[in-house]
Design a protein around this ligand. Structure first.
Ligand SMILES: Cc1cc2nc3c(=O)[nH]c(=O)nc-3n(C[C@H](O)[C@H](O)[C@H](O)COP(=O)(O)O)c2cc1C
Length: 363
């Protein structure tokens, strides 16, 4: 017996695609790639299991050696990466799914032990985040990064567009730029991490410039209707403080990005409801909303109210490969196990139980 979950089970246009429902798998790092950044063999099964969501956004994927922060995260800038991702995208497509690769440059959230070239991390400014990071030899302090020169900032933009082109070659339906959670793009936004005096630091316009240039470059490379961005206005992780001007920076940034006609903006919501309402008004393309820890009973409320066009879920999808079937059947959800989030193999990755055939309404 299906419980109607309208309007989550109505179709929606996102960029050049018509998605069958408004449920999105939020991007989640799982640290199970090979040391050269090629996605692991089990990743295909992991994503295929979740192909019934309207859209899969992959784990954060680095656009370059410098862009890697954590251990064994995948990349998308070499022929081996492209071949690895192609297996995943084609298997997801065979199941009727859609998949955007999230491009994540970690910036200063990086440890040299985790990257292929073992170099010092790069960032807007030489300011350490004041945080630790897991490495092959355990937790270590993150060292002070090296500030990118102006020329290197431009080269980093070019690395993003090369990675976007590689993602499309690998069969991805599009690219989500990771502009959230204290990584490189957000490091440019925050005066606590960006004390630059060139055109990428100082005023709101200057601090937003890197994000806008990355989005513009990728849109030119693969089409605006295959380009998207994730933002987390107000995130205060790992030394990131956007200051009193933060909300105004996002109003400016979203209005500028809106002009590009991107596929969607993905908001990882913190707590500023008036800012979220402003973003909704400033943005004419689809808006994906992720509210951390959203209770099961609230799924669909933001789409119903018109605040969002799609809703993204992380841990619930991680722990429930048959998330869509469970929602439709109003069945209980598995709990996620944080011990198996990062690294390891099949356990906690592709072995979460699905509903029995008797109650599973999927076909
Ligand atoms: C294991 C794990 C890994 C994550 N990795 C990423 C990531 O690579 N990129 C990203 O934008 N967010 C990442 N997130 C954040 C999620 O996308 C999401 O915003 C967060 O889990 C809150 O939503 P939820 O309560 O529905 O899980 C991660 C979350 C988890 C639990």
């Amino acid at each position: 017996m299906e419980i109607p979950m309208n309007p989550m089970f109505t179709s929606v246009r996102v960029g050049r695609y018509m998605l069958p429902n408004r449920l999105v798998m939020a991007p989640m790092t799982r640290s199970r790639a090979a040391f050269d950044g090629t996605p692991g063999e089990l990743a295909t099964e992991y994503y295929v299991q979740r192909a019934r969501l309207g859209l899969i956004v992959t784990e954060g994927t680095q656009p370059s050696d410098d862009g890697q922060g954590y251990l064994t995260t995948p990349g998308i800038y070499t022929p081996a990466h492209i071949a690895g991702w192609r297996k995943i995208t084609s298997a997801v497509h065979d199941k009727g799914g859609h998949i955007f690769i999230q491009l994540m440059h970690a910036g200063r959230m990086s440890h040299p032990d985790n990257t292929p070239h073992h170099r010092q991390g790069v960032a807007p400014s030489a300011i350490a985040p004041g945080a630790g990071m897991f490495t092959a030899t355990g937790m270590q302090d993150i060292p002070t990064p090296r500030a990118l020169t102006t020329e290197e900032v431009r080269r980093t933009v070019a690395e993003f567009s090369h990675a976007a082109r590689s993602a499309i070659e690998a069969g991805a339906d599009g690219i989500e730029i990771h502009g959230a959670n204290a990584y490189l793009v957000q490091q440019f936004f925050a005066p606590s991490a960006n004390t630059r005096t060139d055109e990428y630091g100082g005023s709101i316009e200057n601090r937003a410039r890197f994000a806008i240039e990355v989005a513009t470059a990728i849109a030119e490379e693969v089409g605006a209707d295959r380009t998207a961005i994730r933002l987390s206005p107000g995130t205060a992780l790992w030394g990131i403080d956007e200051g009193a001007e933060g909300p105004d920076l996002y109003r400016y940034l979203v209005a500028e990005l809106d002009k590009l006609g991107l596929a969607y903006v993905h908001i990882l919501h913190q707590s500023n409801e008036p800012l979220l309402a402003d973003i909704r008004k400033l943005w004419r393309q689809p808006l994906i909303l992720n509210r951390p820890g959203r209770p099961r009973g609230q799924i669909g409320a933001d789409v119903a109210s018109g605040l969002a066009d799609l809703e993204a879920f992380g841990q619930m999808v991680l722990a429930n490969p048959d998330f869509v079937a469970r929602l439709k059947a109003d069945a209980a959800m598995n709990e996620s196990d944080p011990k198996t989030f990062y690294g390891g193999a099949a356990k906690g990755y592709i072995d979460y139980p699905v509903l029995s055939a008797r109650t599973d309404t999927s076909s």
